[in-house]
Design a protein around this ligand. Sequence first.
Ligand SMILES: [Zn+2]
Length: 428
Amino acid sequence: MKIIIHRGTHQIGGCATEIRTEQHRIIIDCGANLPGSEMDDAITDEQLLEKLFHRGEPCDGVLFSHYHGDHMGLYREIPQEYPLYAGATAKKMLECLTKRLDSIPGTIKKGLPRIQGIQPYFPNKQLIFGDIKVTPYVTDHSALDAYMFLIEADGKKVLFTGDFREHGIAGAKNTLEKLVNTYIKEVDVLITEGTMLSRMEEVKHNLIQTEEDLGRRAGELFQANKESVILVSSTNLDSIMEFYHGLPWGMDFVCDAYQAELILTAMADKGKYYARYRPKLIHGKPRRFCIVGEMEGLGAEQNCCKADFSVLKKRGFTMLARESNPMFQRITAKFHDPLIIYSKWTGYLEGKHADPKIRNFIGNYRMEVLHTGGHAYAETIEKLIRLTNPEVIVPMHTECPENFGRTEAFEVYGDRVKVLQDGEEYLC
Ligand SMILES: [Zn+2]
């Protein structure tokens, strides 16, 4: 089996990996470059697409590990004849998201038809592409319904982690260890993300290490602040569910119809597996969502009601917001000394990735950062290496793969690390 990481050996995001045998080939992820992360010598999106899909070679399928744009952002450009695959819940989330994006005035290439054509895959249910077998396993990540892939071909076993962690909701109760010991077991090659390798200092100083920590601290902030606004990605459902459950009784949860739709979809699918994805019951009834903006068909049946701030201000509330939507800024301007809870990567606040829209939204409001990353800490990667005992470890989705073998947590595995270059063919 040949592994070719076309992009992503030396950068975070924009990744695409090809797995091929003599007869068959599949692509895992086809991501757009994260804004500001383009490297001078990395191939462009156009070059990547040309290499993957326009050289007259058949392709059995394109599998997306999760719905983040840096893993699937180029899906619109993938020729129709190549089937796309994603997790079943991830597909539903993508439909919500894409409907919204398609309706932005000026959007020329609509994404929804392609998203609707995605073939859903399911946890632990093997997919067969000729002589390549792929088994998706649910993994914890800041995108809901994210997967690792166990790839089996030519007598070899390769585990492709995609983005993962174990400090969120799906990773609780030592799920990763149980998953590996029960299903995955030892592998020949581990292709692992290493995002956090360049963010280790940042992590050390963050008191919030897990989603549970985040929920606990959010509860304290809600108690102390009657009016708060949370800047969080609408698709970061683990954090949103922690905020939802952390809100004290008597206070209300405010969001817009889009956010409510995503939360309701997530709860419907994941509530059966995780208690945190079930409604919070207040006097036997699910906590309601107070909706700002258009109701978009939501009503009492979905526990939604129109937000009425004359009532909400008396009771206390928290509101999910998006800096990109001016409605939230207008509403926030009417609050009395609100606390902004900033729940995104701190890199967007200052430095080369700074986002002026976020800075502008926060303005002079009081702000507290409350965020936990979507990626595995070094200890988690070490645990996965120990459990899968691979002969070869290929780091990707990191800015510094060369440091991988030198990182204290997995120095002992240093001689197994194989740093690949973008586009290099690796025969295993
Ligand atoms: Zn991701």
